[in-house]
Design a protein around this ligand. Structure first.
Ligand SMILES: [Zn+2]
Length: 215
């Protein structure tokens, strides 16, 4: 508990960290914000959870976890790598279109570029880069969720036409692809998408953030 509390005094008031017992085994620090997040975003699930869906917020409010409490996701990851849990994983959220019933949503703070090196409305939302801390946090969270029974790592792009760069190549190449290779998670296959979504492009898998292009 102490490790969670250090430097996060506004959050300590929200008390018990439900996932802490599980989290300790993979050394993941998860700050419980479930009481601060709007409970009316939650509905009951009718099918088992087998997937995690990765998202980018397309904005950043820095490292103040509470400023993200209205984000519709189970978990948020701030630029300093802090993970906040906004909703219980057994709650269904309207976060990922057709994947909602079967999935847990993770949102990464940041307006992250496309594979062509373009940021969405950068004059308003800035030009962010996924941080090393976010990558490490995202990988640990995938590891933890796999232990809870997750078998698929998916992108929001795969379920909605308007989410072409969500989560985008930085998150996909460094976190999802790692989960596919190291944790043997599946993204549904090279052509997999549902409804109006589109498959994960090959260019996302091999994206090299250091050059802003493909390796
Ligand atoms: Zn999204």
């Amino acid at each position: 508990m102490l490790a969670v509390a250090v430097g996060l005094s506004p959050v300590v008031a929200f008390g018990a960290v439900a996932w802490w017992a599980h989290a300790r085994s993979t050394r993941v620090k998860i700050v419980n914000l479930c009481e601060a997040a709007p409970a009316n975003k939650r509905s009951s699930r009718r099918q088992p959870v087998d997937a995690v869906v990765l998202h980018q917020m397309a904005f950043s409010r820095g490292n103040d976890l509470l400023s993200y409490r209205k984000v519709t996701a189970h978990f948020v990851v701030t630029p300093d790598g802090t993970i906040g849990q906004l909703h219980p994983v057994n709650a269904r959220l309207s976060a990922s279109h057709g994947f909602n019933s079967r999935s847990v949503a993770i949102e990464f703070a940041g307006n992250l570029r496309s594979v062509n090196g373009n940021w969405w409305r950068p004059e308003t939302y800035g030009r962010d880069t996924l941080t090393r801390e976010q990558i490490e946090a995202g990988r640990k969270l995938l590891m933890l969720l796999k232990r809870q029974g997750i078998r698929f790592v998916l992108g929001h792009r795969q379920s909605d036409a308007d989410r072409g760069n969500d989560p985008g190549p930085e998150i996909w190449s460094s976190i999802a692809q790692w989960g596919i290779e190291k944790l043997r998670l599946s993204d549904g296959g090279p052509e997999y998408s549902i409804d109006t979504g589109r498959p994960i492009p090959e260019s996302w898998r091999s994206f090299d953030p250091s050059t802003g292009g493909n390796s």
